[in-house]
Ligand binder design. Sequence first.
Ligand code: DX5
Ligand code: ZN
Length: 219
Amino acid sequence: MAAKIAPSMLSSDFGNLASEAERMLNCGADWLHMDIMDGHFVPNLTIGAPVIESLRKHTKAYLDCHLMVTNPLDYVEPLGKSGASGFTFHVEASKDNWQELIRRIKSKGMRPGVALKPGTPIEEVYPLVENENPVEMVLVMTVEPGFGGQKFMPETMDKVRALRKKYPSLDIEVDGGLGPSTIHAAASAGANCIVAGSSVFGAAEPAQVISLLRKSVNE
Ligand code: DX5
Ligand code: ZN
């Protein structure tokens, strides 16, 4: 599985988003992870389509959008227009309409993914992966969504292992508390898309951290 290293821009200086994005790409980032929160699904409020649209004017990078929102369907149209690349919604927020969501996300030219919180059983995403119009990535949250800088929850690795066993070629993303001390657990469980916020932005040499994350996935 190809490694995708995705610095979480939540840990960047939002006042200098375009230059922070460029800095991460120069440090070897594959994707830019964009955390979209609505202050309702999670107790924090971040950015939305207008900011994605502004950033898009400065970069061609893959914008990996993670929707921590109660009504993901409302975001498909504006995010599609803004130039988002990936649209990952939460399974907890799409119990009744995930089929419609996947359809609409694809029709806007974005790549659909599904995320799940640490307490949500992995079985809940199987129907979305096995659907005839499936999601193309599963994001296993390794912290409670809402904030950067939290501690990695190793117990979530059982879910990554179960997914990898069932779907050998699926993109599996992990998000929360990933860095040099936790990457081995995630990579050996089978994750290939790695989101990292504080460990990358807090490093003196972000390029070294990104290359270490990549090496661990490729081992
Ligand atoms: C948390 C977000 C993450 C967060 C990760 O809800 O989904 O993307 O920014 O930050 P770190 O890597 O600092 O845990
Ligand atoms: Zn995220």
